[in-house]
Each structure stands twice: as structure tokens, then as C-alpha cells.
Design a protein around this ligand. Structure first.
Ligand code: PGA
Length: 308
């Protein structure tokens, strides 16, 4: 039997997908959580693939996983196989005239207040399409972009070093929030120096909101002394409402929630003005569904703004 026939009988696309994910993320556990399967399943499928190919694909040195030479070659060809499948999917969707298809969209945590309403309107227009919607912090979404896992991404701080197209979507002002009975809650204007000694709650390292705050404070020569790091906008709002301190968050995080215990403080020099961007690789062959979503979003301009 030829090798090709032997491989096609023994190897599945799923195995190749699992192999590609482990290779790109450099970890069995990260691949398992990204693919929503268990670590033993990942290890078993990699072992089966290695058994079929009769060569090890990875080597463990210290605690790090490296591709072997065979692994690198298999990864290169696997990427081409998946690119070809993407093209096929795209051509088939064209034949279906957008009646079906999958939109893969990843957004940073804070954009979850903006994007679902857009997705809802899009899905009403194209009811048969499916959506794979991933929400994570900026660092994790940058990793997904680098691994080319999705069609489109939403960032407020798109990575500058990558060859991407970033279309502005809406403004994203970052504002100071405090408990409603804060001593300065009714002030006409507050200076940051008046707040410098309030405990400051901030998002985790890897958050785009945190990057924007740190950059702005460095530019202003203002002192930032984070008291507590919290990896969730919702938990920060709860903590501020409970009187644990003040925080700076996107005004979008306040628009759809009922937080009577929170106020926005009118701090001179703020909001920090950011914007949301819809992002894709410049070289990406966008599927018909992704193209339709891009076009749909651009037609919605001006989008919901969060300025007063
Ligand atoms: P974040 O990202 O949800 O990780 O803070 C928002 C952004 O990119 O500004």
C-alpha cells in the first residue's frame, strides 16, 4: 500500500487539528482547553498520529514541548491542508449563497458589551449561519490572532507589530468609577491627585484596558498605585460598588448594567479616549460569511457611542 493511502486510512482531520493546536500553543493543556477536550484525549490522538507516521512529533526538554524535525514538516503541511479546507468552505458557502457558513469571531473581554447586539442583528439577517464566538482578554485574543484561529477580531488596542487591517468601529472611553456615596461623587470636577490615595482596582496583566491606563498615566506623569488586581470587569464593578476602591473601566461596561451603587467621577483629563477596531490579517482569505459580517458592521456606522 502506498504511504499516502496508508496515511489517509489511519489519520483523521481531527488528529491533525489537535496536533496543530498543540504545536501552535506549545502545550497539551492549553490545546485541550482551547479545543474543549480533555488532556488525555489530546495525548492519545497525538500518540496515534505519531504511531501512524512512525516518528515522534514532539520532544519534551525540561518542561517545554518542542517540535521535532518531523513535527515541523508535518505542521507545515498541516497548515496547508487547513488553508485548502478553508478555501473549500469559502467556495461552498458561495454556492450556498450565504445560506449557511460559520463566522469565527474573537473579541476582548470589554467588547462583549458592544458586539453581541451587532451579532444579534446580523444573525437575524442571515438566520442559517453559525457563530463561533470567543471572549478572552487582550493577550489571549492576540495569541488567537497570531495562530490564525478566527476570521475576525475586536480589539481596542490592536497589536501594532502585525500586518493586519483594523477598521474603527466605535469609541471606547475609559472612565473613573467610584461607589455612589464617594466623597467626591457630586463634585463638578475632580483632579486625579485628589483620588491618588483611594485604593485603585485594576484589570490583570494581559488586559488591554490595563495597558491603556498604564500608558496614559505614564504620559501624564500621574501616579498609579494598584491596590488589587481583578481579572473581570464585572467583578471590578461589584468591588467598587461594595466600597473596595475606585477603578477605571470602559464606559461600555456601565451601559447595560443596573449599578445604582456606582458613579462616574468627572476627572479632569479623562476619559482616556480609545476606539474599538474590527481586525483581520491583511492576507486573510475571508469567508463569504466573514465578508458579509464586515460589510454589515461597516453599514451600522455610526455605532453606539458611549460618550455623553
Ligand atoms: P481587555 O481589552 O478586555 O483585555 O481589557 C480591552 C482592550 O483591548 O482595550
Amino acid at each position: 500500500m502506498s504511504y499516502v493511502r496508508f496515511y489517509t486510512r489511519q489519520t483523521t482531520f481531527r488528529q491533525l487539528e489537535i496536533f496543530r493546536t498543540v504545536a501552535e500553543l506549545g502545550s497539551v493543556s492549553a490545546a485541550a482547553s482551547q479545543l474543549y477536550i480533555t488532556q488525555p484525549t489530546v495525548s492519545t490522538q497525538i500518540a496515534k498520529l505519531e504511531h501512524t507516521l512512525k516518528l515522534p512529533l514532539f520532544e519534551l526538554i525540561g518542561r517545554r514541548l518542542f517540535l521535532t524535525e518531523a513535527g515541523r514538516k508535518v505542521l507545515q503541511e498541516t497548515k496547508m491542508i487547513f488553508e485548502s479546507l478553508d478555501r473549500l468552505e469559502s467556495e461552498l458557502s458561495d454556492l450556498h449563497g450565504l445560506k449557511s457558513g460559520l463566522l469565527r469571531l474573537s473579541v476582548v473581554t470589554t467588547a462583549k458589551y458592544l458586539v453581541p447586539s451587532l451579532l444579534g442583528a446580523f444573525c437575524r439577517q442571515y438566520p442559517a449561519i453559525e457563530v463561533d464566538f470567543c471572549i478572552a482578554n487582550r493577550e489571549q485574543i492576540v495569541q488567537r490572532l497570531e495562530s490564525n484561529l478566527d476570521d475576525l477580531y475586536v480589539f481596542s488596542q490592536p497589536p501594532t507589530q502585525l500586518d493586519i487591517v483594523a477598521q474603527p468601529l466605535a469609541d471606547n472611553p475609559l472612565v473613573v468609577i467610584a461607589q455612589a456615596n464617594h466623597a467626591l461623587a457630586n463634585a463638578q470636577e475632580v483632579t486625579w491627585q485628589q483620588l491618588e490615595h483611594d485604593p485603585f482596582l485594576i484589570r490583570e496583566v494581559g488586559s488591554g484596558t490595563r495597558i491603556a491606563i498604564e500608558r496614559y498615566f505614564a504620559e501624564q506623569n500621574w501616579v498609579l498605585r494598584p491596590k488589587m488586581t481583578i481579572a473581570s470587569n464585572e467583578a471590578i464593578k461589584e468591588s467598587v460598588a461594595a466600597g473596595l476602591g475606585i477603578a477605571i473601566l470602559s464606559r461600555h461596561t456601565l451601559l447595560h448594567s443596573r449599578f445604582d451603587d456606582l458613579v462616574e467621577l468627572p476627572v479632569a483629563g479623562l476619559p482616556i479616549m480609545n476606539a474599538w477596531y474590527l481586525v483581520h490579517w491583511r492576507q486573510k482569505i475571508l469567508s463569504p460569511v466573514a465578508k458579509a459580517f464586515l460589510q454589515f458592521v461597516m453599514q451600522q456606522q455610526p455605532l453606539l457611542t458611549a460618550t455623553h
